[in-house]
Each structure stands twice: as structure tokens, then as C-alpha cells.
Write a protein that binds this ligand. Sequence first.
Ligand code: IPM
Ligand code: MG
Length: 357
Amino acid sequence: MKLKIALVPGDGIGPDIVAEAMKVLGAVCDTYRHKMDLSFYLAGGVAIDTMGEPLPESTLIGCSESQAVLLGAVGGPKWDNLSGDKRPEKALLGLRGNLGLFCNLRPAILYPQLQQACPLKESIVEGGLDILVIRELTGGIYFGKRGRNESGDAAYDTMAYSVGEIERIVRKAFEAAKGRNRRLTSVDKANILETSRLWRSVVNRIAADYPDIAVSHMYVDNASMQLVRNPKQFDVIVTENMFGDILSDEASMITGSIGMLPSASLREESFGMYEPIHGSAPDIAGLDKANPIATILSVAMMLRYSFALEDEARTIEKAVSKVLDSKARTADIMSEGMQLVGTKEMGSLIAEQCKNK
Ligand code: IPM
Ligand code: MG
């Protein structure tokens, strides 16, 4: 099979981690005899610097003509003073919105080998954690109307959702729960927000089509508390854009490090964009310190969701686990008795493991 992939390394550690993910993809493709058709595109601060805008048309076209996109990270202090529309983050929202990637999957898995890196008590996470946060990605307050009044001393952002937008993400969540432990928690703020009340009614209607899934509703403030109090109660969480942004950072930390978590942003068909959920960490860019595992696991998600190559995806996931067994650790997941390795060595170790099916 030939895999046509657009690579968007972006800013900060983006190029460091994408390079390692490509090493791993290269190894998997060798092992399974696939060919790669890779093209690089600019987005974020690097695109502002070289082309004058965060998301050049050529990037959007290149990405939309590929079967999948692998993105590193965008943003950094250098561009922090630019106005909303010119910021590097605009590239991310532009890609998500223009490519129609409404369904964001953020699995939070605590590897048993990393238990020591988890900030929660052992009794709370005993036996591991496996939570899938499903975040609506192209609606809500991220994409609503925003602005200032004429004198500039008041501002507004609007949160809007249509039934159609809610229904398509909620259906994805029920389907995901079906393939897992059949528990779905829908997170909202229905005691305050009208969008949440609409969200809740759609969830309840669709629940009738999935009688074997246990559905519950939870307010977002409570959910953020429950995630640290008793995270094992969660299987699949589905929520709107901004709540999902916040809760997925929280969920990531309880798995040890934000440097471990991949994500997939999907639409109805197989096309998708894959990226680590962490940011561009400009302070360690180019220093061979970043953890490439989140990006490497994002490649596994790409193989699974965009190319339906389940064995290949599992090969990467097993390789990551094997390398963690071997005690190799980047700085963010380092603990006593482990062996500190850099970005490149971590990538090479995982790539090496991928030579065994
Ligand atoms: C994320 C990030 C982005 C978001 C930022 C960088 C725009 O935090 O993917 O979670 O808020 O969606
Ligand atoms: Mg975020």
C-alpha cells in the first residue's frame, strides 16, 4: 500500500518529534512492505516568518489532497503578541475547520511502566487507566462569533451548537464505547448553558439506539474533580470543544506526562489529522530533550484510522511498551533507576523494535 501523508512539523519541538515519528513510520513500512509518499508543508509561526501568514493556501491544499496529515506543534513566545487572526494557533483552527475534522479522539492511557510518573496515589490508579476523551472540534466557542464593542472596553465570544453538530460527534462516541467497556459519560454545563441542554437532549435521544451502553451526564466542574478523585470510573467521555480542551489536558497529566498522549482528528471518512496533544515547548526545541512518544503514537492512530492498518498500528504501540520496559526514559517521564535518553535515541529504540512484527 502507498501512504500519501502531509507532514506539518510546525514550531518549537515540532520538527524534532516529527522526525522521530517518521523514523518509526519508515521502519513499520519496511517491515510490512508499504511505500510512503511524503510532502512537507509550513504552518504556524514558521509560516508567518517565511510566508507572512499562519496557514498558507498551499498548506491547506497540500493537506486536503493527502490521505492523512501528521502535525507536530505550533506556536511560541515569538508570536505571542500578534493579534488573534495572525497567531500561529490560527493555523490549527484553520486546518481543523477547513478540513471538517469534527471528531477529536484523545486516548489517555497510563502505561503500567510509568506508574511512578503519575501524580495520583497508587491506590487511585492501581491496575492502570484507559480513558478515551472525545472532543467536538469544529464548533462551540472556538468557532463562534467573537469581538469587541466600539470603545474596546468589552468583548464577547459565543458558544453555538446545532443538533446536527452534536448528533454526529455523539454517535461517534457511542460507537467508540461499543468497542470498549460500554460506558459513556457526556460532560456539559446543562445547569447554566442552553447549548448544554440541547447537547443533553441529543445524547438522550441517541442513547435509545444503544441500549447496551451505560450513559451518564456529568457537569464539567464535577468531571474535572472526578478525574482526579476516581478516574477509573471513566471509559469514554464525550464533550464540546472547550470543555474537551481542558479535560483532555487534565486526563493527560494523570497518565504521567502530556508527552505521552496522541490524538486523531477525524471526519466521517478515513481522512484525518494526527498530532500529539502537547504544545511546541520552545524552551527545549532542538535540544534533543522532547519526548517523541506522543507523536509516534499519533502515527499508530493514523495507521489505524486513516489506512485501516491495525497490525501496523499495534506494532508501534507494542514497540513503545517494549522500550518503556527497557527502562529508557526521556526527561519528562524520568524516574529513579531509569535510563535517561534523548529524543533521537528514543525514536531509534522504538523504530528498531518495529522491525519485529
Ligand atoms: C489543543 C490545543 C489547541 C486548542 C490550541 C493550541 C489552539 O490546546 O489542541 O488542545 O485549544 O485546541
Ligand atoms: Mg489543549
